[in-house]
Design a binder for this molecule. Structure first.
Ligand code: NAD
Ligand code: ZN
Length: 344
C-alpha cells in the first residue's frame, strides 16, 4: 500500500491510501464511535452490496444532472430524518460525482462533519477525490457552487476498478496522461510502453500509475490550495474540454480532455511555446490508449462555447500550454488571442 499526505491547516494531513485492498482500511480510518453514513450511487450499491451491507446508505441519482443543490438537499434531509448530528461521519463511496457531492454535503451539514472517500472510478482516484474541491453544478455551469475542504482520507483501491466500465477506465487515463504531461515525464514513458489490458491486469503497476498521478496533483495542491497560481496547470486540456462538453453529449469528460490536449497542443505550437514532436507524442499516446483526439464540432463553435466557461475572468483566460513532456505553463491572454491560436 502506498500512502501520500496532503497537509491541512490546523488539522492532521489528509491521507491518501493507494493499492489493491485499500478499502479494507475503511473501518480503521473512520474515527471510533461515530455514526457512519455512506453516500453512493445505484451502480456501486449493486456491485458492492455485500461490502456496503453494514452501513447506512444514502443513494443518489446517476449522472452529472444529479450533481445539484437539490441532491444536496435530498441528502441533508435524509441525514436529518436519520438523526445524524455533528459527530456523524460521511463516506462518499463512488466516482467523482459521489465524492464531489459528499464533500459538499459534509462541509455544510450542521456547518461541517467529518468525511472521507472511497474513490471507485479511475477519474475519482487520480483527480476528483484529491485536492479538496467539492461542489455542484448550477444553471448549466459546472461546479459553480462549492467549497475547498480536504477529506480526512481517500482510499484508492485499484481492485475496485475491475467493475468499472472500460470506457470510464480509459476516460480516466486521459487525466493520467494530463498529469504526466504536467509534471511526470517518467509516468508518460511508463504509459507509452503499457497496454490498457496490462494495466487492468497488473495491480502493482496500476497502483504505481495511480500513485504517481496523485503525487503530481498533491504537489500542486500543496503549493496552491485555492487555485491562485500553479493549480491552474491542472486545467491542461480542460478549457477546450469544457467547450466540447457544452456543445455535445457524445464525449465523456476524459475523452473531451484528450481532444482538448491535442487542440491546445497545436495552439501551443502556433504560440511557439511547444513543438510538433511534443504534440505528436501526446496524441500518439492518447490514441494508443483508445482515446479520441479529434471531434466533429467545428473549432469556430468551440471558441464561442469556451467564452462561457466560468474559469475565464475580465475578458481574459488562463490557458495551459504543454511545453514539453513533464512541463507546462500557464499563459493569460484575451479570448481573441486564444481564438486565433486555436483557429490557426
Ligand atoms: N473535485 C475535483 O477536483 C474534480 C476533479 C475532476 C473531476 N471532478 C468531477 O468528477 C465527476 C466525474 O467523475 P467520474 O468520471 O468518476 O463520474 P461518475 O461518478 O459518474 O462515475 C462514472 C460512472 O462509473 C460508475 N462507477 C464508478 N465506479 C465504479 C466501479 N468501481 N464499478 C462500477 N461502476 C462504477 C458510476 O456509477 C458512473 O456510472 C464530474 O462531475 C467532475 O466535475 C471533480
Ligand atoms: Zn478533468
Amino acid at each position: 500500500m502506498k500512502t501520500l499526505e496532503i497537509p491541512r491547516e490546523g488539522r492532521a494531513p489528509s491521507q491518501i491510501l493507494i493499492g489493491a485492498g485499500a478499502v479494507a482500511e475503511l473501518a480503521r480510518l473512520v474515527p471510533a464511535g461515530r455514526r457512519l453514513f455512506v453516500v453512493t450511487d445505484p451502480h456501486l450499491a449493486e456491485a458492492y452490496a455485500e461490502l456496503l451491507a453494514p452501513y447506512h446508505k444514502i443513494i443518489i441519482g446517476l449522472g452529472e444532472e444529479h450533481k445539484t443543490l437539490s441532491t444536496v438537499e435530498q441528502i441533508h434531509t435524509e441525514l436529518i430524518a436519520a438523526g445524524a448530528d455533528r459527530s456523524s461521519y460521511l463516506v462518499g463511496f463512488g466516482g467523482g460525482i459521489v465524492t464531489d457531492i459528499t464533500g459538499f454535503v459534509a462541509s455544510t451539514y450542521m456547518r461541517g462533519v467529518g468525511f472521507g472517500f472511497v474513490a471507485t472510478s479511475l477519474l475519482a482516484q487520480v483527480d476528483a477525490s484529491v485536492g479538496g474541491k467539492n461542489g455542484v453544478n448550477l444553471g448549466g455551469y459546472k461546479n459553480m457552487v462549492g467549497v475547498f475542504n480536504q477529506p480526512d482520507f481517500v482510499l484508492c483501491d485499484v481492485a475496485l476498478l475491475d467493475t468499472l466500465p472500460r470506457r470510464e477506465f480509459v476516460a480516466g487515463l486521459a487525466e493520467v496522461v494530463k498529469s504526466a504531461v504536467i509534471g511526470d515525464a517518467e509516468l508518460f514513458e511508463i504509459l507509452e510502453r503499457t497496454a490498457v489490458d496490462e494495466l487492468l491486469a497488473n495491480k502493482e503497476l496500476l497502483s504505481e500509475v495511480v500513485a504517481r498521478t496523485v503525487s503530481v496533483k498533491a504537489r500542486i495542491v500543496e503549493a496552491d490550495e485555492r487555485e491562485g497560481g500553479v493549480r491552474r496547470l491542472l486545467n491542461l486540456g480542460h478549457t477546450v474540454a469544457h467547450a466540447i462538453e457544452k456543445c455535445s453529449r457524445r464525449w465523456v469528460h476524459g475523452e473531451a480532455v484528450a481532444i482538448g490536449m491535442n487542440y491546445i497542443g497545436r495552439a501551443a505550437q502556433r504560440a511557439e511555446v511547444s513543438d510538433a514532436q511534443t504534440t505528436e507524442r501526446i496524441v500518439a499516446l492518447l490514441s494508443r490508449l483508445g482515446l479520441p483526439t479529434e471531434c466533429e464540432i467545428p473549432m469556430s463553435e468551440l471558441t464561442v462555447a469556451l467564452r462561457k466557461d466560468k474559469k475565464g475572468s475580465a475578458g481574459c483566460i488562463h490557458v495551459v500550454f504543454p511545453c514539453a513532456i513533464g512541463r507546462c505553463e500557464v499563459r493569460t491572454m484575451t479570448y481573441s488571442e486564444l481564438d486565433s491560436l486555436l483557429l490557426g
